[in-house]
Design a protein around this ligand. Structure first.
Ligand code: PBG
Length: 326
């Protein structure tokens, strides 16, 4: 037996950090925040322990808490005061995200990314304009092309409010191109687009849909979000977004899709983001509450696996907790 090559030599304290291939850094993390126009006090989100919906008046305070941990970027989600068929509050100048972003950018140095989607704003909870007979045909609910203008208008309204970057999440074909064109025409050619390029129709979004009140009233999102069975298709989705001008490419969810993160990293030359979604957060919390695993270590290990797979940045509800322990 030849034991000249012994990997254990490099695992001892002292050498270990010198040879580690990846590292977590607070500056690679993005903290999602929920701003709620229907409340005037903070409301804990039951399915996501430690997360809260905050009123617009407390958005700045919420972001200051994030910045205090060393995390420099936030992703803003809004819960509007009212919903309607088309989701008109998504692009309103005095909408919940627009008001919060104006305050945050006026009073903090945070890098502000906004989620661009209609599902939190439509009464039916779908991510776009409904087909006329959608309720009878729950497997084909959203009109793709009619939705594009609304997404572009929403993105422009976020940029007008001061958003540093916009993040379209609706998986509408052509959304990146429509938003790029809208932003450029409105004078925001320097605002980048972080595209949810490969977003799967996933059971791991469950807790978020409670948090943002964005569950579809009927049907599901199978005809616009990706089939979890498909990996090659993710590269096709990402390629289309790159062609349309996406600046950062996101894969979502993260943990169950690390193969996709790694493939996107290899195939494309743009920064890659991974979204460590609500269900990934909730399941670690649930296990930790039962004493079945160590929350801090499991959270760090999860995020490290995303870096190892090739993610440059990670959107995660663990951002603040992990940053504080680095
Ligand atoms: C909105 C949106 C969703 C998430 C982010 N943006 C929900 C969905 O598509 O149903 C999920 C985030 C999470 O689960 O943490 N389109």
């Amino acid at each position: 037996m030849d034991l000249t090559d012994r990997p254990r030599r490099l695992r001892r304290d002292g050498i270990r950090p010198l040879v580690s291939e990846t590292r977590l850094d607070a500056r690679d993390l993005v903290a999602p925040i929920f701003v709620d126009a229907t409340t005037d006090e903070r409301v804990p989100i039951e399915s996501m322990p430690g997360q809260e919906r905050v009123p617009v008046e407390q958005a700045v305070e919420r972001v200051e808490d994030v910045l205090a941990t060393g995390v420099e970027a936030v992703m803003v989600f809004g819960i509007p005061e009212s919903k309607d068929e088309r989701g008109t509050r998504a692009w309103a100048e005095d909408g919940v995200v627009q008001r919060a972003v104006r305050d945050i950018t006026a009073e903090t140095d945070a890098y502000v990314i906004t989620d661009v989607c209609l599902c939190e704003y439509t009464s039916h909870g779908h991510c776009g304009v409904l087909e006329p007979d959608a309720a009878e045909r729950p497997t084909l609910t959203v009109r793709n092309d009619e939705t594009l203008d609304l997404l572009a208008e929403t993105a422009v309204s976020h940029a007008e409010a001061g958003a540093d970057m916009v993040a379209p999440s609706s998986m509408t074909d052509g959304m990146v191109g429509a938003i790029r064109e809208g932003l450029d025409r409105a004078g925001y050619s320097s605002v980048p687009i972080l595209s949810y390029a490969a977003k799967y129709e996933s059971a791991f979004y469950g807790p978020f849909r409670d948090a943002a009140d964005g569950a579809p009233a009927f049907g599901d999102r199978r005809h616009y979000q990706m089939d979890p069975a498909n990996g090659r298709e993710a590269l096709r989705e990402v390629r289309l977004d790159v062609e349309q001008g996406a600046d950062v490419l996101m894969v979502k969810p993260a943990l169950a899709y690390l193969d996709v993160v790694s493939a996107v990293r290899r195939e494309f030359d743009r920064p890659v983001a991974a979204y460590n979604v609500s269900g990934e957060y909730a399941m670690l919390h649930a296990a930790a509450e039962n004493g079945w695993l160590d929350l801090e270590e499991a959270a760090q290990e999860s995020l490290l696996s995303m870096k190892r797979a090739g993610a440059d940045l990670i959107v995660t509800y663990f951002a603040e907790d992990v940053a504080e322990h680095l």
